[in-house]
Design a protein. Structure first.
Length: 309
């Protein structure tokens, strides 16, 4: 089994974009280059990573399983290439980092593991909080930084942010749901179905942002703060929902299948990123943390305050 970093990068770009043409534009190459790279990766792995549709692509079960491994590979390579720049300079200290339920549950653990392996002299104090507490903590100095849903950020005047990943929201439904057989599904189709609304981390508020841009409303039959409860109810055919790829798992706890479908029309992504107090000088430890995450997931540190050498 052999594959290249370029193939993995193009696979991630396609998974994030949901369309080969958009992925190609995002990585500044031709559409045929992305198509060839993804096909070569699938051949190498011996698994189909995408279902191809008339309006784009969606990850298969194997594709979802491979996506997190792919992100970890890219992050590990970034970490390895940056290691020589740290030679001869040990960064130490303690940082207080705020995070939310969704981020700490579905995004942060492998990143913290790699960071603490790279910077063993930095102690991280992690606090799970809601958005208002995180924003208040950053402004008052109780927190040095936050890994949060920056798409929900309210106090952009006092808090600087940097997006790390954009997670697409898609339709979740049981495996035999009639909407899965349609060529195209939009919010107007979903409005006619029993809708299960997640409430944790302001999920309902986020959902209503894109619903409010249409003349339709979701037919909410149940609200819950539990992702697992919602997963089980969707798999059992009790309703459908729209949630991000980051929290998607193809099976309920009872072993029932959950399918996803890319939606027609504009649905906001769920963006995970860094936050810190605007116009503040980060400590060396906090700067190292922000720099590590940004280099692991994006192209540079354009907006993170400079750390003196």
């Amino acid at each position: 089994m052999t594959f290249s970093l370029r193939q993995i990068q193009y696979f991630i770009a396609t998974a994030d974009a949901g369309k080969v043409s958009l992925a190609a534009a995002n990585v500044s190459v031709s559409q045929s280059a992305v198509t060839s790279a993804v096909k070569a990766l699938e051949d190498s792995l011996g698994r189909q990573l995408f279902n191809r549709h008339s309006n784009g692509v969606s990850l298969t079960y194997d594709g979802h399983q491979f996506l997190q491994h792919a992100r970890n590979i890219i992050a590990a390579v970034s970490e390895a290439t940056r290691a020589p720049s740290r030679t001869g300079r040990t960064v130490s200290g303690r940082i207080k980092v705020g995070t939310s339920y969704t981020v700490v549950g579905y995004f942060l653990p492998p990143i913290l593991f790699r960071f603490q392996r790279t910077f063993p002299e930095i102690e991280i104090q992690l606090f799970e909080q809601d958005r208002e507490e995180i924003e208040s903590g950053l402004v008052t100095g109780k927190l040095d930084a936050a890994v949060m849903l920056v798409s929900n950020l309210q106090n952009a005047g006092d808090i600087q942010s940097e997006t790390l990943i954009r997670s697409r929201r898609r339709l979740w439904a049981c495996s035999d749901h009639q909407l899965l057989r349609k060529d195209s599904v939009g919010l107007e189709d979903i409005a006619n179905e029993p809708y299960l609304m997640l409430t944790v981390d302001e999920a309902e508020r986020s959902a209503m942002r894109y619903w409010s841009e249409t003349p339709f409303k979701p037919n909410v039959t149940f609200r819950t703060s539990s992702v697992e409860a919602l997963r089980g109810m969707v798999a059992s055919g009790m309703g459908i929902t729209i949630l991000s790829d980051m929290v998607y798992r193809p099976w309920s706890l009872e072993g029932q299948r959950i399918e996803v479908k890319t939606l027609a029309g504009h649905v906001h992504t769920m963006d995970v990123g860094l936050g810190w107090k605007r116009d503040t000088e980060l400590s060396p430890a906090a700067r190292a943390f922000c720099e590590f995450l940004t280099h692991s997931f994006s192209s540079g540190m354009s907006s993170v305050p400079h750390l003196p050498e």
